[in-house]
Ligand binder design. Structure first.
Ligand code: PGA
Length: 252
């Protein structure tokens, strides 16, 4: 039985005051015996404070990106060891905004994945197709390529300590959610790809969905057999809304 996972990707939102309010709402509202792993991923500068506030809670902390290099002259970058040092458990790698806006390619994503795991961080590996790729019938091919780029260098056993997030690019921040059937189809494909390499790892791998998930649609998406939770953007910025999504994941 896979334990559901829900992470809030705050992206470039928040302030010390807003974060304090949001985190207080989450800590107060999350049941003590949560049957899902919950995490928040604030911008780098707020990680330390967030980890401090959440220290005695069941909510984990993740970063939104990481440098592929371990240390040195890389102005503006943040190393995996530093994320670990300030209390992170998770790190998002390969988010479509990083791939599209900052030109991160499959090879760089794979290196970031390796850098994260080398420090004991759990990567949340994002994969997903653009609208154009979907319309041309290339969805599974794109997702397979993005996945293989990591597995070919990290090896299949790397997925023992990782989460995969399927995030169709056309559904991110657009209000257009994939239907539960569309999500299930791609999640099953991803699990199948992993199973071709290792059936046990595939059965235990958590594959979460991201792209305009909100309280109103979370339950039906999470109900699908291969959907193990969500990576939540906009809807993770309001405590009530995010808590409802976490509750929807725990119901399965
Ligand atoms: P969204 O973002 O929920 O705002 O669509 C999801 C994500 O980009 O992780």
């Amino acid at each position: 039985m896979r334990r559901p996972f829900v992470a809030g990707n705050w992206k470039m939102h928040g302030s010390r005051a807003e974060n304090a309010q949001l985190l207080d709402g989450l800590v107060q509202g999350l049941p003590a015996q949560a049957s899902a792993d919950i995490a928040v991923c604030p911008p780098f500068v707020y990680l330390w404070e967030t980890a401090r506030v959440l220290k005695s809670s069941a909510i984990g902390v993740g970063a939104q990106s990481v440098c592929a290099e371990s240390i040195g002259a890389f102005t503006g970058e943040v190393a995996a060891s530093m994320l670990k040092d300030v209390g992170c458990t998770y790190v998002i790698v390969g988010h479509s905004e990083r791939r599209a806006i900052y030109r991160e390619d499959d090879a760089l994503v794979a290196r970031k994945f390796l850098a994260s795991q080398s420090q004991g961080l759990i990567p949340i590996l994002c994969v997903g197709e653009t609208l154009e790729e979907r319309e041309q019938g290339h969805t599974t091919e794109v997702v397979s390529r993005q996945l293989a780029a990591v597995l070919d260098v990290a090896g299949i056993s790397a997925l023992d300590t990782a989460v995969v997030a399927y995030e169709p690019v056309w559904a991110i921040g657009t209000g257009k959610t994939a239907t539960p059937e569309q999500a299930q189809e791609v999640h099953a494909h991803i699990r199948g790809e992993v199973a071709r390499r290792d059936a046990k790892i595939a059965a235990e791998l958590r594959i979460v969905y991201g792209g305009s998930v909100k309280a109103a649609n979370a339950r039906e998406i999470f109900a699908k057999p291969d959907v193990d939770g969500g990576l939540i953007g906009g809807a993770s910025l309001k405590a009530d809304e995010f808590l409802k999504i976490c509750a929807a994941a725990q119901a399965h």
